[in-house]
Design a binder for this molecule. Structure first.
Ligand code: BES
Ligand code: MN
Ligand code: MN
Length: 454
């Protein structure tokens, strides 16, 4: 083990140079014009796996973006761990707010700045490097390893479910390990045991068959923009409860034990508000901030448009107005069931003077992973060895829908060994990743393999 750790420490700077290469590829999964870059990025991941010493690597084509698979199965009778991650990244807009270009990574203040730095290229890279350290140093791994790195996570993983179902044998393992979540605080080893699910919808309200002069028609015709805003306003009450009938029916209540555990983490609302640049926090009445984010369902408008949005003024009643909005779900809410409830509710409150169309864009199941599983306990120990602090257990508000698929199809738990920070601007301009955590992540991954093989 000492040799492996020394190898990782000695190669610290090389890892950063390689990560920069990875971050230079603009692998934005939602952009049609980046299709070629997605293939390039998949090929890059495959090459890194091969260079790390994996015995089999393959890029699988899908209807969407390629999936990269790799394996080393030379440890007979030992457990198998499957590392999952995603090489696709979010779009970069608003581009003008980036201090350095998103695909020209730079190291500044001990952090690496680029789109995908923390979500998820920097985080997934740690496992490739820990495997490499082992194989370069000793020629073998203490257990069997598989990698599954997809390119469609940020668009709802449309191809991955089918891939997993048809490749059950290939992906057979004892546990999944994922680094695509956050540390509770800088330098604090953290395991995430719960994530929220998602139901993402788009609503389009259509009124008159063309834009109308708002003087000649205003007052006599329903304005789709006004109507859309009124409908959205009816989704929450003044206590920030969601007003959709039966929305909360399947929500698993927090246990007293869990509420106590959350309290012990001592989140400061004041510091939290300051970090995001607001004067005070707002949310569902009767719950603390961590409860609201981690264990309560929410509904948020993600974007809204319609009518005239150019410079200056134009007096019209727009023909159409639209919004994208999403619900974060908690166990045991069902994304499809929730989408239908919301859709029915919107139809029921729509005035007769407009047409309402609701489209279901995508969804994903919420998850709670088993804390008592050997993989979780081992991961906690491994992180403690690397970080030299006690591991904390948290839930988080984001979503990784494939974890539910791993649980139902492969019947294995997923250990969420997150290394990012929520303040590292994932999905936002100036994304970055703390290189301390990058390094500690590689060590944690190496310790995990060592411990889990025993
Ligand atoms: N890595 C995130 C999920 C995440 C972020 C978990 C922070 C915990 C803390 C992931 O890449 C992501 O952005 N997921 C999407 C899922 C969606 C596109 C289906 C999300 O949560 O919005
Ligand atoms: Mn991610
Ligand atoms: Mn993401």
């Amino acid at each position: 083990m000492e040799r492996i750790i020394n190898h990782i420490n000695e190669n610290k700077d090389n890892y950063v140079i390689e990560l920069k290469e990875f971050l230079r590829i603009p692998s934005i999964s939602t952009n049609e014009e980046n299709k070629g870059d997605m293939q390039k990025c998949a090929d890059y991941v495959e090459r890194k796996m091969r260079e790390a010493g994996l015995s089999k690597t393959k890029v699988f084509q899908t209807e969407g973006h390629p999936i990269v698979y790799g394996e080393w199965l030379g440890a007979k009778g030992k457990p198998t761990v499957l590392f999952y991650g995603h090489y696709d990244v979010q779009p970069v807009d608003p581009i003008e707010l980036w201090q350095t270009p998103p695909f020209e990574p730079v190291v500044k203040d001990g952090k690496i700045w680029a789109r995908g730095a923390t979500d998820d290229k920097g985080q997934l890279f740690v496992h490739i490097k820990s495997v490499e350290a082992y194989l370069k140093e000793t020629g073998e791994l203490p257990l069997n390893v598989k990698f599954l790195i997809e390119g469609e996570e940020e668009i709802g993983s449309p191809s991955l479910g089918k891939f997993i179902s048809t490749n059950k044998n290939l992906l057979k393992c004892d546990t999944v390990v994922i680094s695509d979540t956050s540390l509770f605080q800088p330098g604090i080893p953290t395991l995430t045991y719960g994530l929220r699910g998602l139901s993402y919808l788009e609503v389009e309200v259509t009124g008159p068959d063309r834009d109308l002069h708002s003087g000649s028609y205003g007052g006599a015709v329903a304005n789709p923009a006004n109507v859309l805003i009124e409908m959205i306003a009816k989704l929450h009450d003044k206590n920030n409860k969601i007003m959709i009938p039966h929305f909360y029916d399947d929500v698993l209540k927090l246990t007293n034990q869990e509420r106590e555990n959350f309290k012990k983490l001592k989140l400061s609302d004041k510091a939290f508000a300051k970090e995001v640049g607001v004067k005070e926090l707002t949310g569902e009445k009767g719950f603390t901030t961590l409860e609201r984010i981690w264990a309560r369902p929410t509904l948020d408008v993600n974007g809204i448009w319609g009518g005239f949005t150019g410079k200056g003024a134009k007096t019209i009643i727009p023909s159409k107005a639209s919004a994208k909005f999403s619900m974060r779900l908690v166990p045991n809410q069902e994304p499809k069931k929730i989408a239908k409830l919301v859709c029915d509710y919107l139809m029921s409150i729509a005035p007769k003077g407009v047409k309402v169309k609701v489209t279901n864009l995508h969804g994903g199941y919420p998850v709670i992973t088993p804390l008592e599983h050997k993989a979780t306990k081992t991961a906690a120990k491994a992180m403690e060895k690397a970080f030299k602090k006690k591991t904390v257990f948290i839930r988080e508000g984001g979503s990784i829908p494939v974890i539910a698929t791993f649980a139902t199809i492969l019947k294995v738990p997923s250990v969420m060994m997150g290394l990012g920070l929520n303040s590292e601007n994932l999905h936002s301009p100036n994304e970055h990743f703390d290189l301390k955590h990058f390094h500690l992540g590689i060590l944690s991954s190496a310790y995990f393999m060592d411990e889990f093989s025993k």
